[in-house]
Ligand binder design. Structure first.
Ligand SMILES: *Cc1c(COP(=O)(O)O)cnc(C)c1O
Length: 401
């Protein structure tokens, strides 16, 4: 896979200083500098190594099940009056796109000689994907998780434990994702030599946003090939993806950023409504600030304290957005829309009934915006179906109409 492609000519990708336009960088405490600097110096060399790429490709194929299908959704297409394709990341091993990144990072950790893996997780999806690849490679795995989330997400906690990971509760602050991230950073500071920190989205200090985007870029690389086969043209009219931190969207957009006739549509979670006080629509509500060592758009109070986000879908419940997306937003390259909890639930039911596919609630946010686009019959739309809905059944059922 083309994960080491040179993007230095693109104004939308990272520059040599680690910035996407005005966003990104590495705002790290001095004690974290050696860890991040080691990664920064080595990641592109490692990603460009043919033996690394061969191992990455082989695991994506034989373990994850790639390429994921690009499925022409005919009943959905009929309903919305366009040619709608679903990129089926839901069919990956562990049920979402997150495994693409954890496979890449575990191979990188091995090349760096690391023996111990740490990760943060909110709902547990990234924790499960990390515990999975640690089991695969026989490496120790510690997952930090807010104690409130441990209560709410018992099945994923059990999965991680069955896969051999140690789940450590984060008990400070709101006891959720951002507190788990703080604990993971603290661990990394204390264990700089033998530990690699697998971040789960295109967030955190440079080089993580670029590195994670590259591991996820297999999504758009495959879409181009698959579209060429199916439609005779590599580029669609629209690519639509939901955005939490932004990794599935970054992967779906990566190889389209410089095709300016392709409209990139990022969909954030509006929760109970953008201005309801219960939302995670970061581009609409955020201002520039620093979160988890990266300068980006961030939901914050007037004095810079992080505002708690809300979304019915745990994967979109993040108060920031990665610097790549902050730049796509500010530059106008991508259009940022948002879906409420109720719109996402309705879209999840609709896909289930029209196509026999129960989507993750995160992915349902992207599907919910099909109705907002001025679609024409021959236009090609690709929706990134980031994950499957099994984990969300309880929520869907609770809201059964
Ligand atoms: C975690 C998750 C997301 C959100 O994360 P991104 O980094 O924004 O992609 C979206 N969909 C699913 C299924 C997830 O598990």
């Amino acid at each position: 896979m083309n994960i080491a492609v040179n993007t230095s000519q693109s104004k939308y990708h990272v520059n040599e200083k680690g910035y996407f336009g005005n966003f990104g960088g590495a705002y790290i405490p001095e004690m974290l500098y050696p860890n991040v600097e080691e990664l920064r110096q080595q990641y592109m060399q490692i990603l460009a190594d043919p033996s690394f790429q061969a191992e990455f490709d082989q695991l994506l194929r034989d373990y994850v099940g790639r390429p994921s299908p690009l499925y022409f959704a005919s009943r959905l297409s009929q309903k919305y009056g366009a040619q709608i394709y679903l990129k089926r990341e839901d069919l990956n091993h562990t049920g979402a796109h997150k495994i693409n990144n954890t496979i890449g990072q575990i191979l990188l950790a091995k090349r760096l000689g690391k023996k111990r893996i740490i990760a943060e997780t909110g709902a547990g999806q990234h924790g499960v994907a990390t515990a999975t690849v640690c089991a695969l490679m026989g490496l120790e795995c510690i997952v930090y998780m807010g104690s409130v989330d441990i209560q709410r997400q018992a099945p994923n906690v059990a999965r991680m434990q069955m896969l051999g990971a140690t789940v450590v509760p984060a008990t400070s602050g709101s006891k959720t994702l951002k507190d788990a991230t703080n604990e993971a950073i603290r661990d990394w500071i204390n264990n700089p030599v033998d530990t690699h920190y697998i971040i789960g989205s295109v967030v955190g200090p440079h080089p993580y946003p670029d590195m994670v985007a590259r591991f996820q870029s297999v999504i758009s690389e495959e879409i181009r090939k698959q579209l060429l086969e199916k439609t005779g043209k590599e580029t669609p009219t629209y690519v639509i993806a939901c955005v939490g931190g932004g990794s599935n969207a970054a992967g779906a957009f990566f190889h389209f950023t410089d095709d300016i006739d392709v409209e990139l549509i990022a969909v954030e979670a509006a929760g109970k409504g953008v201005h309801s006080g219960f939302s995670a629509a970061t581009s609409q509500l955020g201002r520039p600030g620093v979160i988890h060592a990266s300068k980006t758009l961030l939901m914050q109070t007037d004095d810079g304290q992080i505002v708690e986000p809300h979304s019915i879908s745990a994967g979109l419940d993040y108060p920031g957005v990665g610097p790549f997306h902050a730049h796509l937003y500010e530059s106008g390259r991508a259009v940022f829309l948002n879906s409420t909890d109720n719109e996402a639930l309705a879209a999840g039911y609709e896909l289930s009934l029209l196509e026999g596919i129960i989507p993750a609630l995160e992915s349902a946010h992207a599907l919910a915006k099909l109705t907002d686009l001025p679609l024409k019959k021959d236009e090609v739309v690709v929706v990134c179906l980031s994950g499957r809905g099994d984990k969300d059944l309880e929520t869907y059922i609770k809201h059964l109409k």
